[in-house]
Design a protein around this ligand. Structure first.
Ligand code: NAD
Length: 505
């Protein structure tokens, strides 16, 4: 595979289709240079993608499970074959390190592997004799055309959270990827075609709000899976459901790590730094606030600071780099502004990522590209903006708390409920935390507790609108409708008119 097209197009009916409307710029975040353009779909182009999917749906719905599974297994093999090339494409547009991009592809691959078990996942139930000589059974059927709208931070993994399951269930899937790093979506489309998926079952519309709005209104789109920031998730949920669609909309996060005094502080510091600065903090499961329970605060901060200063920041395609740039100049500036804000709010800036050296020369402040190094704010006041808001960058806020109870209260009073972690060697305390914390995904001595492919991913509160998680068995339920059949085959005892509900027997 080449390093990708300079013009990123739509993918409709099994082929690349150039757009006729606006375009957006693509950057190499490590240099700041414009590297290409992406088509931004008009409503008519969205309609064309949905129409192609709607045409493909009836035959795909009726394709046997044996054949659908073969396509999924082939897709799995191709994804495995091309994981390195896909990761390179991600690094070129997103900026994350190659190793991190490989990790993202690996997580997506696991969902494909889960979807390979679709015959088992679609099994219904059968009950004989629910009434005399009457049997009941359930079947799960696909919805039709479904859409996925995905964020910039995982351009391969998040689409792979959705599409393999939607398609395995017999739906036709239209993806609207982030316009910031859209190339991975086209590679996935090519791999689906190579795997033997019929044209139209997987389509891609590149674009922004205009494309999203059309998908949300389109009468032939039956369901929408969204992953992105909370304000847009809320909007997508409200608009999509108002148009009669099934919607799961995953939003932003502010993930806290609670470090109890008996924790292994080296393990906790390693975890805080890995989970805070991995992918430059642009992960919805990143740790962005560390709650250090007295009296270990100073000791923990010293260890975090020492590690944060050691992180090698540089271009994602440099094998020595541990952390790459941020996605855009605007986002970098927005994240960096939190450092001054934090100080104004009373926090102490103990590591300033603007001064971080960048591999190859210069510092984050003067090197071209969208750079900001690891940053640590200590003594962040509870309830300050730096503490409450999703920063989505390499900024770790340390909040000193007097007790487990105080730390738990802070987490539970937060707006978001995506991920959290407790670090402790006390099994009883950890168990109490897992029971009491109001967050959807909980780590115990694990900082980024992303559930395995067969569980399902989803937070609570403002981190998820809707009631099903993405992937896992909930993903199968989201992408299917249950039908229950009640059957009676005539035998000589039939007959008679009954106007009431059967009273039993
Ligand atoms: P975003 O909300 O800006 O964009 C997400 C998608 O929505 C993109 O496809 C984008 O084109 C579209 N979009 C943007 N503005 C829109 C608008 N006004 N109307 C309609 N559609 C619009 O998010 P992002 O910046 O790409 O991604 C980062 C965010 O995603 C963070 O908040 C992060 O926490 C969140 N995220 C959440 C999860 C999760 O599983 N909960 C996973 C990854 C990322």
């Amino acid at each position: 595979m080449s390093d990708g097209p300079r013009r990123v197009t739509h993918w409709i009916g099994g082929a690349a289709v150039p757009g006729a409307g606006r375009t957006g710029e693509l950057y190499n975040p490590a240099t700041g240079e414009v590297t290409g353009h992406v088509d931004l779909a008009t409503a008519a182009e969205v309609d064309a993608a949905v129409a192609a999917a709607a045409r493909a749906f009836p035959a795909w719905r009726d394709t046997s499970l044996a054949r659908r599974t073969q396509v999924l297994f082939r897709f799995r093999e191709l994804l495995d074959r091309d994981r390195d090339a896909l990761a390179r494409l991600i690094t070129a547009e997103h900026g994350k390190t190659h190793a991190d991009a490989l990790g993202e592809v690996a997580r997506g691959l696991e969902v494909v592997e889960f979807a390979c078990g679709i015959p088992h996942l679609l099994k219904g139930g059968y009950t004989e004799n629910v009434s005399t000589r009457v049997d009941s059974y359930s079947i799960r059927q696909p919805l039709g055309v479904v859409a996925g709208i995905t964020p910039f931070n995982f351009p391969a993994m998040v689409p792979l959270w959705m599409a393999p399951i939607a398609i395995a269930c017999g739906n036709a899937f239209v993806l609207k990827p982030s316009e910031k790093d859209p190339s991975a979506s086209l590679r996935l489309a090519e791999l689906w075609r190579e795997a033997g998926l019929p044209d139209g079952v997987f389509g891609v519309v590149q674009g922004d709000k205009e494309a999203v709005d059309r998908l949300l209104e389109h009468p032939d789109v039956r369901a929408v899976s969204f992953v992105g920031s909370t304000p847009i998730a809320r909007y997508v949920y409200a608009t999509g459901t108002a148009h009669g669609k099934r919607v799961q909309a995953l939003g932003g996060a502010k993930n806290h790590m609670l470090v109890l005094p008996d924790a292994d502080l080296d393990l906790a510091a390693d975890a805080a730094v890995s989970a805070g600065f991995g992918s430059a903090g642009e992960r919805c499961m990143a740790i962005s606030a560390v709650l250090a329970v007295d009296p270990i605060g100073d000791e923990l901060v010293d260890r975090i600071v020492a590690r944060a200063r050691e992180i090698v920041v540089g271009p994602g395609d440099d094998p020595e780099s541990q952390m790459g740039p941020l996605i855009t100049a605007e986002h970098r500036d927005r994240v960096a502004a939190y450092l001054d804000l934090g100080v104004a709010e009373g926090a102490k800036l103990v590591v300033d990522g603007r001064r971080a050296p960048i591999r190859g020369g210069g510092t984050a402040a003067d090197r071209p590209g969208f750079w900001l190094g690891p940053s640590v704010l200590d003594h962040v006041p509870v309830g300050s903006r730096v503490h409450r808001e999703e920063i989505f960058g390499p900024v770790l806020a340390i909040v000193r708390v007097p007790s487990y109870e105080a730390g738990l209260r802070i987490i539970n009073e937060g707006e978001y409920g995506n991920g959290t972690a407790v670090f402790s060697n006390d099994g009883g305390a950890a168990r109490r935390f897992q029971n009491e914390v109001e967050v959807g995904m909980v780590g115990i001595n694990v900082p980024i507790p992303v559930p395995a492919a067969y569980y399902g991913f989803g937070g609570w509160k403002a981190s998820l609108f809707g009631d099903t998680h993405v992937y896992g068995t909930e993903g199968v339920h989201f992408h299917t409708r249950q039908k229950v059949v009640t059957a009676r085959w005539l035998d000589p005892s039939h007959g008679g008119v009954h106007l009431g509900f059967p009273a039993g027997g």
